[in-house]
Design a protein around this ligand. Sequence first.
Ligand code: Q46
Ligand code: ZN
Ligand code: ZN
Length: 306
Amino acid sequence: MKCSECNNEAVIYLSYSQKFLCSKHLSRLVEKRVGASIREYGMIEGRKRIGVAVSGGKDSLTMLYLLHKLLGKDRRLKLIAITVDEGIKGYRDVSIRNARRLAKSLGIEHHIYKFTDYAIPMDRLMKHKKTDPCSYCGVFRRWILNKAAGELKLDALAIGHNLDDIIQTFLMNMMRNEPLRIARFTPNGGIIESEAFVSRIRPLFSIPEREVMAYALCNNIDFHNGECPYAAYALRNPVREFLNNMEEKYPGVKFRVLNSYLSVLKNMKVPENLTTRTCITCGGPSSTEQCKRCILLDKLKKQMGH
Ligand code: Q46
Ligand code: ZN
Ligand code: ZN
């Protein structure tokens, strides 16, 4: 098939716009849309030091590549890549190499923060606990990223969530009746996120997963394609499947869900009683006396006999 915009061979068909696109035109579309999202949501306005969370997978490396391409020439800005090493052998140790390679080739400073230093490595933890790895992992990773943001004096932290991730999370938060989480998971920091937490920006929020994948392949981004051995998303998998089936039957449905989500966000009221305190153990921000990471860590250490 030929590209709908030129005579080149097409690499992807976009059913929502009924277009075939070649590598050049797909790249142009993605870059234009990401640039527009960054501007529309003021993701870098007034910010100088932008952290980029890179795991080494396709989304985060595409995000690093794109941010460098779109913003790299702006001398007022500094991009700093951060990888969290959760201590998962055969998975994260491999993907870290991809992250390191790309950061190095783009000339971007790269820092690695390890669970071994601030939490319990996932491989060790999973020898004792067999349930719900991602909830432990998520609490520790969030704490570490916030600590990294403080140490590296970041004004914002870019997270590589694509359109599919965003709408899956939106539906999951509705299914769990977690309206506050909907408010927190925004393209540009959370409307209820306290100032004690670094603002998270999501430059890929309007790019469907398959377009991120196509962009990475077309631009020779050398990403790690493995899956975490503990990826046990009980709810995410059926939600992903449901949305993919809907998109196949009704092209454009994913964008419509995204737009509903953005409208809901605009109309959400900010709760007033969300005060931030200081964790008595680590000194980090917390809504309770001790932060979630420290509570978990104490509990796990006791259970694991430390
Ligand atoms: S690393 Fe950690 Fe993920 Fe593995 S244990 Fe779950 S949250 S799946 S991105
Ligand atoms: Zn073309
Ligand atoms: Zn703490």
